[in-house]
Ligand binder design. Structure first.
Ligand code: CP
Length: 303
């Protein structure tokens, strides 16, 4: 039985197969409409979510399966003190596969160690968000036609943003990736990541102003400042609007640059940018359904 805790759980070759399958699902949805008939997906979400939970549920419904679960720890027996280990043993009696989001880093890993069904990490604290990374990689591969040989700017909360940490880890396996980290000093990417890039001789720079690097970017990955991970409100308020991508800033970018964002957005991308053809963050959310369909089929060994 296989789980997904970290994007690196799949080799680059396995990811290629997964993305080919996702692209085939996009092109031929009817072919997969009954692939999971009789199967159930449990979504155990101890933290808020719109995209991840609903795209998992849409994915299973699109495959002809069914869904059950909870969207809030307070409506589950976690509120009475039940452990994640006990919960997953119970969920294993009711479902065939489980997607779990939890505010504590490592909680889905603990669940996987006690589970009778495949467990997918749907985001654990500030640690990893592997299915967002699969979504990001599929989006880049589908819209740019390649994974590799590009300069990517990651902008915003690079300290607490788990999507950023997962994506960097995944991208370093591809050739000729150049990273530009754009953040205020308080939200810079953790040292363990820059140390790892230095050790592997992977090119990166750290800048504060988005304007300083915009013309050099093939991809711009915007992120929100993670309010829920701050220890005090004052710091959050000071940093929350540090970056606002608007039409004026985007005018310095290349015509074929893509703007991605895992969403939700707060103020970091002005709504006037949404109609620019380079803004692909809503399309990215749609790719999230295709890749989660491919992942469910793969983990259930139905692909
Ligand atoms: N991108 C993402 O994880 O969004 P949600 O928090 O809405 O699931």
């Amino acid at each position: 039985m296989r789980h997904l805790m970290n994007p690196l759980d799949f080799t680059v070759e396995e990811l290629e197969k997964l993305f080919d399958l996702a692209n085939d699902i996009e092109a031929n949805p009817a072919k997969y409409a009954h692939a999971c008939e009789g199967k159930k997906l449990a979504t155990c979400f101890y933290e808020p979510s719109t995209r991840t939970r609903l795209s998992f549920e849409a994915a299973m419904l699109n495959l002809g399966g069914q869904v059950l679960g909870f969207s809030d720890a307070s409506s589950s027996s976690a509120a009475k003190g039940e452990s994640v280990s006990d919960t997953i043993r119970i969920v294993s009696c009711y479902a065939d596969i489980c997607a779990m989001r939890h505010p504590k880093e490592g909680a889905p890993m603990v669940a996987a160690s006690r589970s009778g069904i495949p467990v997918i990490n749907a985001g654990d604290g500030g640690h990893q968000h592997p299915t967002q990374t699969l979504t990001d990689l599929l989006t880049i591969r589908s819209l740019k036609g390649r994974l590799g040989d590009f300069t990517i700017g990651l902008c915003g909360d690079l300290k607490f943003g788990r999507t950023v940490h997962s994506l960097i880890n995944a991208l370093i396996r591809y050739p000729d990736i150049r990273f530009i980290f754009i953040s205020p000093p308080e939200l810079k990417v953790p040292d363990y990541i820059t140390d790892m890039l230095t050790e592997r001789n992977i090119a990166y720079e750290e800048v504060i102003r988005l304007e300083d690097c915009m013309p050099n970017l093939d991809l711009l990955y915007m992120t929100r400042v993670q309010k829920e991970r701050f220890f005090n409100e004052e710091d959050y308020v000071r940093l929350k609007d540090f970056y606002i991508l608007d039409k004026n800033k985007l005018s310095a970018a290349m015509d074929d640059m893509l703007v991605l964002h895992p969403l939700p957005r707060v103020n970091e991308i002005s709504v006037e940018v949404d109609d620019d053809p380079r803004a692909v963050y809503f399309k990215q959310a749609q790719y999230g359904v295709y890749v989660r369909m491919a992942l469910i089929l793969t983990l259930l060994e139905l692909a």
